[in-house]
Design a protein around this ligand. Structure first.
Ligand code: PLP
Length: 394
């Protein structure tokens, strides 16, 4: 082994350890339900993005199993060569309808949906204006695109306008924002962003990874929540959160999708989603429409749990959605608190750098529609106990 390489490994790992940037990976011994089994012990699950409990929904499972029987385990190729099956196209039609757009394009993940959309549509000579707390996959897409970038302070519309004032000299300009911010659970000020991007002739891309299935009258996401249909050029989604599988998608006008089909590199150079995933996602979209109680219960649970954490005196930041952070500001404390909670039967992950700034280390909680009141009360009780022991609350 190369000596320089080995010493690089040693010093990098030692540096991460010294800064307390050690992510303990807990291994689930069963499905990602409202409770999970870890090391033989059942815990209340507060770390999953399986908001609506659809990963184990009978109709969603049955759709995946049937597709597995008929189409097999894989698509066999990239989409443009030989990997497009009827089942992918059906899923795309359902997603377009769900998001209220002309068309949609399946991608292998939310990550590649962001990278594929940004790099497929932007090039050197363009400007991208991005919220400072946007998801890493947006940031990586911007870097790869070669376009110029301006980062504006979180949700600061005045700063966004100052960036837009400098956009005239570019061929085109794209404003990008998360719809719901993944670590803080707050919602982007889309009406204000839309008004500004229209004034300056820019396009807008909204990443609704944590909003699809959750926000909006039919669960369509932030665009539906704010009734902004037709005003947002590109909507990004993931299939791995409320939709209960894995994968991502881009929802946009037919012409936008047509261009991305020809230019988006993850679409061109990485194989198609397995048919069972496309089938389960189509079924999940149907279930979201047929069982609105899941969304209502999710919000009911959100209110209960968020109020509970706030009443105990935890700093829950600016959250407005089922994502509720408990901000601690110290990576080691966050890791330790997560371990203490696990020992008490509550699974809540520490979120540390590089997922958030080092001084914003936290425990992030996400409630699910399928949590019972008893499970959430139990979790609040354990948060209170551990919070006192660690001196986080008094
Ligand atoms: C989770 C997430 C993604 C990535 O989605 P994957 O399907 O897990 O790759 C992208 N954007 C945001 C805002 C996310 O929260």
């Amino acid at each position: 082994m190369s000596e320089r390489f080995v010493s690089f490994l040693d010093s990098s790992l030692a540096d991460l350890d010294r800064r307390g940037l050690t992510q303990t990976v807990r291994v689930l011994e069963g499905p990602a339900d409202s409770t999970v089994v870890v090391k033989g012990r059942r815990c209340v699950q507060l770390a999953s993005n399986n908001y609506l409990g659809l990963t184990t929904h009978p109709r969603v499972r049955a759709a995946a199993a049937a597709a597995l029987e008929i189409f097999g385990t894989g698509a066999g190729a990239v989409r443009p060569i030989a990997g497009t099956m009827t089942i992918h196209e059906e899923c795309e039609a359902k997603l377009a309808e769900f998001k209220g757009t002309e068309a949609a394009l399946l991608m292998q993940s939310g990550y590649t949906a962001n990278v594929g959309a940004v790099t497929g549509l932007l090039e050197p000579g363009d400007l991208i204006i991005s919220d400072e707390l946007n998801h890493a996959s947006i940031i990586d897409g911007i870097r790869l695109s070669g376009a110029d970038k301006r980062i504006y302070p979180h949700k600061d519309l005045d700063a966004l306008e100052r960036c837009l004032q400098q956009s005239k000299k570019y061929k085109k300009c794209l404003v990008v924002t998360d719809g719901v911010f993944s670590m803080d659970g707050d919602i982007a000020p889309l009406p204000g962003i839309v008004a500004l991007k229209e004034r300056y002739g820019a396009a807008l891309m909204v990443d609704d990874a944590h909003a699809s299935g959750i926000l909006g009258a039919r669960g369509g996401g932030t665009v539906e929540h704010f009734k902004l249909h037709g005003k947002v050029e590109i909507q990004i989604g993931t299939l791995s959160k409320a939709l209960g599988a894995v994968g991502g998608f881009i929802a946009a006008s037919a012409r936008t999708i047509e261009l991305l089909r020809r230019k988006s590199r993850p679409f061109l150079f990485s194989s198609a989603l397995p048919p069972s995933v496309a089938a389960s996602v189509s079924a999940a979209v149907d279930v979201i429409g047929a069982e609105p109680w899941r969304r209502h219960q999710l919000w009911e649970n959100t209110r209960f749990f968020k109020e509970g954490l706030g009443a105990l005196g935890f700093d829950t930041g600016a959250s407005e959605t089922p994502i509720t952070p408990v901000i601690l500001g110290d990576s080691k404390l966050a890791g330790h608190m997560s371990e203490c909670l696990a020992a008490e039967g509550v699974f809540a992950s520490a979120i540390i750098y590089p997922m958030v700034a080092e001084a914003k280390a936290r425990i992030r909680t996400i409630v699910m529609a399928t949590h019972s009141r008893e499970e959430l009360t139990f979790a609040l009780d354990r948060f209170e106990k551990i919070g006192r022991v660690l001196g986080v609350i008094t």
